[in-house]
Design a protein around this ligand. Structure first.
Ligand SMILES: [Zn+2]
Ligand SMILES: [Zn+2]
Length: 789
């Protein structure tokens, strides 16, 4: 029997080698017809032996190329004229239709082989790519994804490249960024003097690479243009170089990411599990947090006080050329096998993407520039992840590692997250720190790349550009806008300026829980939400952050929270945990004058903090879990001041790890009131202070504190279950980046029979907030509960 079918495939199916795959599959099965890209997906007409047609339809999903993400394959019978062969037809444009865009993809193994093959015409060519790898999101200006709509439009293909581009059996068939040394972009090495105006162009192409390798070896700092922006690089084993980079960048303590030449080198410096290797080596190549080995040659300034290291492998051909240790030509200038690769910016500004901008802004930071002339259309930072070992334990062999996203950007954005219900075209603007925004249409939520901290004017500009670009790309004209309730957020003010569509303010911790629910595909229901983070605006105008909610997409009830304590000096206390410690202790009547951490702090400053607390002057009340960790870290003497958010808490976690097994739990008190449960902190902080007096090791005190918070969290969930009959718990908020807390709470809750949900696709920190805002606003507008201000 012969049959003829029309097939429509949706998902990420363009720019990922899907049509050549379809062509190959049809040819192999001896089927005739055609395949065509439309702006709504891929259309196929196929006819031939019916068994083979069935195999064909099945294989579309099961054998799809690695970068394709198949959402749906719909096939229907379509009798008609038969075709003499199988062909790939020209793209069709459907108005208003859209398509998920592939993120940027790390260099594939085939291209890497060619890159280092002296007989290949792209030998050592820094822009080699194919349908399975290379830039996508960062060079796309519009859809459908075709070369003229990318920043490769400036580079007409040479005859040889065009032949590959047009040959359906070639790996470069319709690879839009295809290029070679004859026709493609090239690198330049600019050696700068003190000032950018005196930068002189010294060399082109291969010698540019060699020049950069030499400069790095000599302990100097290079600005290197990457996929989604510039990096600042230096030898990660050269303390002088790294310390100098820190000084110039204005970045005191926050760890730098490093790039290793290869897995073997990583293994010498860090502890590498199977999942970590899979992740480092995959096509996403994010920065992966690894546990460090002790006594390695990594310069102390790379990641001070950290037991982890943010590690990545080279993901562009240019990176490979910089760190490669074996190619005979490159070895003429030996290069360090480990480089600091930190974002090319000053302090909290956005990373530079344009050459001229980089020369100006990074001029004072870099000794030289490795530039190229392929434009970056949209900025995209490196993603940061860690392996979620606990979820992997339950996985089958051979599955992709489950990961915890700390920053979801390059190689992940803008893959959509599936919504558990239909949406209207909408925009959720996200939070203030670690901002991402989210666009929805149909069942897609397009969570943006990492934007950054909005109080910086350039970051805000980058936010506006990003919103505009993604609206255009995904054909979204928002009919609904969601934002945080905080009146002072720049994102809130942005939303308030849009007056012609309904606007939905969403409470911060409610948004976190909804983000976790959406992330896990939960449909309409109520869960117990443990929303633990640093700061979020509460419905009572106070600063929330240690919240137990009974929450659904529709609304939430505040079931329990940490007791309110004063934050002396408000937000500025975040940088000075000692002030939080002194303020909390003073408010709770705990005597701490004899504790060692106070001995180095100005007596007058302590007095002012205590007065602020007594007179309630500039000491807003907070129930923040993050601040509780800061206070405890300070009481223990780990750190009185921090240079980045959560630094003290991160160090507390690292110190506590070795003591977990032997640490016991402090008592704590829970007060049931008319307005819900108030978790009192006096007993707990008193116990911490006693431990300090007894000279217990900091790690032991930290471990006991962690375990008490764990026990308390489980206790509260049981009370919530008794009250509400709910058995599902969602964990969200930045505090859950603390793996001790995360893992012990998950274990404990599951032992008590709870179903526990944690993030898989988006960050638990404020980088995932916009997804929750979008879900809540859309749910409310669908179900008539929308109250428009
Ligand atoms: Zn490739
Ligand atoms: Zn060419």
């Amino acid at each position: 029997m012969r049959m003829m079918k029309h097939i429509h495939v949706t998902g990420v199916v363009q720019g990922v080698g899907f049509r050549p795959f379809v062509y190959g599959l049809a040819t192999r099965l001896d089927l005739h017809g055609w395949v065509c890209n439309t702006s709504a997906g891929v259309d196929i007409v196929i006819h031939g032996d019916d068994d083979r047609v069935r195999t064909f339809v099945e294989s579309l999903s099961t054998e799809a190329p690695p970068l394709a993400r198949i959402e749906q394959v719909s096939a229907w019978d379509e009798p008609g004229e038969e075709y003499p062969d199988f062909e790939i037809k020209e793209s069709e444009k459907v108005d208003g239709a859209f398509q998920p865009v592939s993120p940027d993809v790390a260099l594939c193994a085939d291209c890497e082989r060619e890159l280092f093959d002296p007989n290949d015409r792209r030998y050592l060519y820094p822009f080699i790519n194919c349908t399975n790898c290379g830039p996508r999101f960062t060079i796309i200006m519009d859809l459908p994804y075709d070369r003229p709509a990318t920043t490769m439009a400036d580079f007409p293909m040479c005859d040889q490249c065009r032949k590959e581009y047009e040959d359906p059996t070639d790996r470069r068939f319709h690879a839009q960024p295809v290029a070679c040394p004859d026709c493609g972009p090239f690198v330049q090495f600019w050696e700068s003097a003190e000032h950018p105006s005196s930068i002189t162009r010294i060399d082109l192409r291969l010698s540019a690479i060699l020049g950069a390798r030499k400069l790095l070896r000599e302990g100097r700092v290079a600005a290197i243009k990457g996929l989604g922006g510039f990096h600042l690089a230096c030898d990660a084993t050269n303390e002088k170089a790294v310390a100098e980079l820190r000084r110039r960048k204005g970045r005191a303590g926050k760890p730098f990411a490093v790039m290793f030449a290869d897995l073997n080198t990583v293994n010498q410096f860090c502890i590498l599990g199977k999942d970590e290797m899979t992740l480092l080596n995959g096509y996403e190549k994010p920065i992966v947090l690894l546990n460090r080995r002790t006594g390695t040659k990594i310069a102390p300034s790379v990641a001070p006080q950290m037991d982890t290291l943010g590690v990545m492998l080279p993901y562009t051909p240019l990176h490979h050329l910089l760190v490669n240790q074996s190619d005979p030509i490159l070895r003429r200038e030996p290069a360090p096998p480990v480089l600091v690769m930190t974002s090319g910016n000053f302090s909290e500004e956005p990373i530079a993407t344009e050459n001229q901008d980089a020369l100006e802004r990074l001029g004072p930071l870099a000794d030289a520039f490795l530039l190229h002339n392929r434009d970056i259309h949209i900025r995209c930072d490196d993603s940061v992840v860690r392996v979620d070992h606990r979820q992997n334990g339950r996985n089958n062999e051979g599955q992709q590692p489950e990961i915890i996203h700390l920053r979801r950007s390059r190689a992940y954005a803008p893959y959509p997250v599936s919504l558990p219900f239909d949406s209207v075209p909408s925009l959720a603007v996200g939070g203030e720190l670690k901002n991402t925004f989210c666009l929805t249409r149909d069942r897609y939520a397009f969570l943006s790349h990492h934007i950054g901290d909005m109080e910086n004017a350039e970051v805000y500009e980058s936010f506006e550009q990003g919103v505009e670009h993604l609206n255009r790309l995904f054909r979204v004209k928002p009919e609904l806008i969601a934002h945080d309730m905080h009146p002072g957020y720049f994102t809130t003010q942005y939303a308030e300026r849009i007056t012609d569509i309904p606007r939905v303010p969403v409470q911060h911790h409610h948004a976190h829980i909804a983000a976790c629910m959406t992330d896990n595909g939960l449909t309409d229901r109520k869960v117990i939400g443990l929303s633990f983070d640093g700061t979020g605006y509460g419905t009572d105008g106070k600063i929330w952050g240690g919240e137990v909610l009974l929450a659904s997409y529709a609304d939430f009830e505040r079931f329990a929270h940490l007791e309110y304590l004063p934050l002396p000096g408000g937000d500025s206390a975040i940088r000075h945990p000692w002030r939080i410690a002194v303020g909390y202790a003073h408010a709770l009547g705990i005597e701490i004058d004899d504790l060692p951490f106070l001995q180095n702090i100005d007596k007058q400053a302590i007095k002012i903090v205590r007065q602020q607390v007594e007179k309630r002057l500039n000491a807003p009340l907070t129930s923040s879990m993050g601040r509780l960790f800061d206070a405890v870290a300070s009481l223990i003497g780990i750190r009185s001041d921090v240079t980045y958010e959560a630094q003290a808490a991160i160090e507390l976690e690292a110190l506590s790890k070795p003591f977990l097994l032997t640490a016991n739990v402090h008592s704590y008190s829970i007060e049931e009131t008319q307005n819900g449960i108030n978790i009192r902190l006096g007993d707990l902080l008193n116990a911490v202070v006693q431990d300090v007096r007894k000279n217990r090791p900091a790690g032991m005190i930290g471990a006991r504190f962690h375990k008490t918070i764990v026990e308390m969290s489980i206790d509260i969930c049981e009370r919530a279950r008794r009250r509400s009959n709910l058995n599902e718990v969602a964990l969200s908020g930045g505090v859950w980046q603390n793996l001790i807390l995360l893992n012990l709470v998950r274990d404990g809750l599951e032992n008590e029979g709870f179903e526990v949900y944690f993030h898989k696709q988006v960050p638990t920190n404020d980088g995932g907030l916009a997804l929750g805002q979008a879900a809540i606003a859309n749910y409310q507008i669908k179900n008539g509960g929308l109250h428009v201000p």
